[in-house]
Design a protein around this ligand. Structure first.
Ligand code: HEC
Ligand code: HEC
Ligand code: HEC
Ligand code: HEC
Ligand code: HEC
Ligand code: HEC
Length: 260
């Protein structure tokens, strides 16, 4: 009898999954792996006769934590919301904290034989045919794969030590001891037969520190924030990152893991 009930539950949850996947899956065009997480910035570019900027998360997150940019350097977690200008960059803030010819290429630089080159179009690349130095498919070819988004299993890449995330910029940010939080949060799924979610603090903190989530997205008390799957699909709570930069929400099983 018990087994029968379990089977019915499993079937039910599959139907629910399909309905969800269909009604939510169609909203976005499927992005190619190298496009997932790209942000186009165009507050001032086109108005000043230069192509909009395309910022790629895949390359930057392979080098740095999310925290360094979204906390220390002050980038908003919403496309266009920071309002970066070229003057900011020249003053060494925002992109210019790194793109200064030392940490990363600057607006102008020198090629291998010492001839001056302009790097404008490596950033101002929207709608242009640009030869980038770092090609996504080449760069990530040895990374463990996942099914959606960048099709890269970022968690495994980091765990295996293939990448070492920088969380500090000499002379620009302050070195701090990372805080730890080992407690897993068990989020009960309200739907019968839908597996619960085990939220790992430890795994999230590596990338996000604490400040990317607390106190803005989640209150620091279990159960203090109420939200539904629809909110997540709408880009809130877990969806503040999942579906935009971290793996997308059509990968139900990665979150809904607990045995029913
Ligand atoms: C590291 C990336 C990067 C490089 C390299 C870069 N820019 Fe920009 N630039 C930006 C960003 C980001 C913005 C803001 C984009 C927006 O919202 O429209 C911007 C904005 C601009 C603007 C709009 C007006 C303003 O002052 O904000 C102009 C013009 C501009 N850049 C010119 C250049 C030129 C010329 C070069 C090459 C000498 C260059 N940029 C190199 C990132 C870059
Ligand atoms: C090198 C700096 C950098 C790193 C590292 C970085 N981001 Fe971002 N992120 C940005 C910038 C720049 C933007 C665009 C801000 C703007 O347009 O004003 C952005 C935007 C976002 C957005 C909004 C996207 C949208 O479509 O509106 C999310 C969500 C986000 N980042 C999450 C993350 C997560 C999660 C990580 C780590 C896995 C991460 N970021 C790592 C710089 C960074
Ligand atoms: C925390 C440091 C950091 C910040 C902040 C940062 N970048 Fe980068 N970026 C790098 C590094 C490091 C590389 C790879 C090394 C290199 O190419 O010099 C890179 C590479 C790139 C590339 C790849 C170019 C190519 O030819 O492959 C683009 C485009 C780019 N950054 C744009 C931006 C824009 C636009 C911003 C601001 C919105 C930004 N970056 C902010 C560190 C940073
Ligand atoms: C990716 C997002 C995220 C990050 C990063 C994060 N947390 Fe949390 N935290 C949560 C969520 C989700 C909950 C559960 C909130 C709820 O149920 O309303 C939570 C709950 C908590 C709680 C309450 C636990 C309880 O049982 O009542 C504490 C304390 C906490 N977090 C501390 C931290 C600390 C310290 C860090 C950094 C080391 C951190 N968190 C990083 C998302 C995050
Ligand atoms: C601040 C951004 C952010 C928020 C908010 C966030 N995550 Fe994540 N999450 C990440 C990043 C970054 C990873 C690393 C993997 C990746 O980028 O695809 C990750 C990985 C995961 C993983 C894989 C880890 C594992 O245990 O295998 C799960 C599951 C997950 N998140 C669930 C959640 C849930 C559930 C919530 C909401 C309660 C949430 N996340 C909120 C950024 C975030
Ligand atoms: C990033 C993690 C994440 C992913 C991916 C995810 N979910 Fe959820 N889901 C959650 C969280 C967290 C809750 C719990 C919300 C609550 O009830 O507190 C939830 C709740 C639910 C519920 C319970 C009812 C409700 O609306 O809250 C259903 C049904 C559900 N999810 C279906 C799905 C399906 C189907 C998929 C894949 C298409 C999916 N989920 C992918 C995190 C995720």
């Amino acid at each position: 009898m018990k087994i029968k009930i379990l089977l019915v539950c499993a079937l039910l949850s599959m139907c629910v999954s399909l309905v969800f996947a269909q009604s939510f899956g169609q909203k976005q065009r499927a992005l190619r792996p190298h496009e997932y997480g790209n942000v186009t910035m165009n507050n001032s570019s086109e108005k000043n006769d230069i192509a909009p900027v395309v910022f790629n998360h895949w390359l930057h997150r392979a080098i740095y934590t999310c925290r360094i940019c979204h906390v220390d350097l002050g980038f908003a977690m919403k496309g266009g919301a920071t309002g970066v200008t070229e003057d900011d960059n020249k003053r060494g803030i925002y992109c210019g904290a790194c793109h200064n010819g030392k940490e990363a290429f600057g607006p102008e630089g020198k090629d291998v034989v010492g001839k001056p080159v302009k790097n404008c179009y490596r950033c101002h690349s929207f709608g242009k045919k640009v030869k980038f130095e770092k090609d996504f498919y080449e760069y990530t070819k040895n990374y463990p794969k996942s099914r959606f988004g960048n099709k890269v299993d970022w968690l495994k890449v980091e765990e295996a030590g293939t990448i070492r995330l920088k969380d500090y910029l000499e002379g620009i940010t302050i070195k701090r001891k990372p805080l730890t939080m080992t407690k897993n949060i068990d989020v009960k799924s309200k739907e019968l037969g839908m597996p619960d979610i085990i939220f790992s603090h430890q795994k999230h903190t590596i990338w996000n520190g604490c400040e990317l989530c607390h106190p803005e997205i989640f209150g620091a008390k279990k159960g203090s924030t109420k939200y539904t799957m629809q909110d997540v699909f709408d880009g809130k709570f877990c969806g503040s990152c999942h579906g935009k930069v971290a793996f997308p929400n059509n990968d139900c099983q990665i979150c809904h893991t607990k045995e029913v």
